[in-house]
Design a protein around this ligand. Structure first.
Ligand SMILES: Cc1ncc(COP(=O)(O)O)c(C=O)c1O
Length: 452
């Protein structure tokens, strides 16, 4: 297939991203499939970057956006309110529930995370605790590429070049209990990993710690990491004990992907601040949101206001798209489908694990699933990093017409996984089709890996 590999030198294109890697040009997309300009069809096995939750080309969303475009495409928030933003904020407040009923719109995940940490900081100042400024995060993790969100990120290749420019954030190990293989029970391990937060808060000095940020179900940096059930409530308790705000980064796992609107609902844990994006705009418009407790927002507004904002915040077209996406999610029971199809896909991935020795682990929730690839399943020894195992599997899968998303598992330095996260509209036959394509790709890849 043309144009899959790295170009040897500068190309004629004026466009650049991370590398010289070139990709086929997309022609059109519909449902769970995309076609390139050569007419080749691809099954979107990772919803782009876990974004296209309701699939491509949804007529209801397109019509809603078009109708909004005809009314107004932009009205600046300092001059006008707009109905789609107001309505979407109200729907989000209802869906999230409790006192998390204040919504601040942004255009993407990094902006949502930046907003959470800046609101947390202003809240500390507003309540007379200006000495609190440290945000504790986890390693590995991913919270975004802007410098504030990057400072919280635990993915060494992405943070290392910017080290001197980042506000150093204390980090605790993510609960990679599956790697411990110590025969201990998961409940105890969950508590042990959560207690690392308490130890870190005490080490840093309680009075200096502002917030703790975590992905309730891990995204690409960990390969859909799920902690033991005991972890989640214990983290909440520890945050409460020390007056530390709990920020859930639901940019990838939120908006229905795990089978609940928020991934944290699986554990009944309520954070103080939530970052949402990807599935909210679902690829139709750049859209993100911070959903915040009114306990946090009101003191900041009383104290003079939130010193933060983006030009495109609350854009009427983006919010109209978001509303239509939510409509599809709820009325077509896509969260129920994510749960049902997630189960079917997971069982299929487990079968592939049984057939392919280099698959070490299958994990995740709903349709946020990943496979970890290892040299030895029993010791979970990673494959040699120079083999670029997950990247190679992704390339091979693409030649089979299946799009996957790969990352390194252990802080970006070692370990390999692929995310298998199709749109939430996928049906049973399509899950089986995805599994067949993946099986073929795994067989070809394993043969390649077996050669020295
Ligand atoms: C958990 C999480 N947080 C934040 C981000 C950053 O989002 P964006 O790329 O839209 O800025 C991502 C993106 O992958 C993510 O997965």
């Amino acid at each position: 297939m043309a144009a899959l590999s790295d170009a040897a030198g500068p190309s004629t294109s004026h466009l650049f991203y991370q590398t010289r890697q070139r990709r086929p040009q997309v022609d059109r997309a519909e449902g769970i499939y995309l076609w390139d300009v050569g007419g080749r069809r691809y099954l979107d096995g990772c919803s782009g970057a876990m974004v296209s939750n309701i699939g491509h080309g949804n007529p209801r969303v397109l019509a809603a956006m078009q109708a909004q475009m005809q009314q107004t495409t932009f009205a600046y928030r300092l001059h006008f309110e707009n109905a789609p933003a107001e309505e979407l904020a109200a729907r989000l407040a209802t869906l999230v529930g409790g006192d998390l009923d204040r919504v601040f719109f942004v255009s993407g995940g990094s902006e949502a995370v930046e907003s959470c940490i800046k609101l947390a900081r202003q809240h500390a100042i507003a309540i007379g605790q200006p000495q609190r400024y440290k945000v504790i995060s986890r390693y590995p993790s991913y919270h975004g590429s802007t410098l504030g969100a990057l400072a919280l990120t635990g993915y060494t290749p992405m943070t290392a070049p910017f080290g001197p420019m980042l506000q150093a954030a204390p980090q605790i190990p993510a609960p990679t209990v599956y790697l411990d293989r110590d025969g201990g029970d998961a409940a105890a391990a969950g508590r042990r990993y959560a207690d690392l937060l308490e130890q870190e808060i005490l080490r840093q000095g309680v009075e200096t710690v502002l917030a703790f940020i975590m992905e309730p179900v891990g995204g690409a940096s960990t390969g859909a990491l799920v902690a033991p059930d005991t972890y989640y409530p214990r983290i909440r308790e520890i945050c409460d004990r020390y007056g530390v705000l709990l920020i859930h980064d639901e940019v990838m796992c939120g908006a229905g992907r795990t089978g609940r609107f928020l991934a944290a609902e699986h554990w009944g844990v309520v954070p103080d601040l939530i970052a949402l994006s990807k599935g909210l705009g679902a690829g139709y418009a750049p859209l993100g949101a911070m959903v915040a407790s009114r306990r946090v927002v009101e003191p900041v507004l009383d104290a003079g206001g939130f010193v933060h904002g983006y030009t495109y915040a609350g854009n009427p077209i983006a919010c109209a798209a978001g509303l239509a996406v939510l409509g599809e999610l709820l009325e077509c029971d896509l969260m129920g489908n994510a749960e049902r199809m997630g189960l079917r896909l997971r069982q299929g991935l487990e079968r592939l694990k049984a057939r392919h020795a280099l698959v070490g682990d299958v994990r995740g929730k709903g349709l946020l699933l990943a496979m970890e690839l290892v040299a030895d399943r029993f010791s979970m020894t990673p494959l040699p990093p120079e083999r670029m195992a997950a990247a190679r599997l992704t390339e091979i899968a693409l030649t089979h017409g299946l799009i996957l998303y790969w990352r390194r598992t252990r802080g970006g330095l070692r370990g390999d996984h692929v995310m298998v996260c199709p749109p939430l509209i996928i049906n049973g036959d399509q899950v089986d089709e995805l599994l067949e394509l993946l099986d073929a790709a795994l067989s070809e890849w394993a043969l390649e890996m077996s050669r020295a």
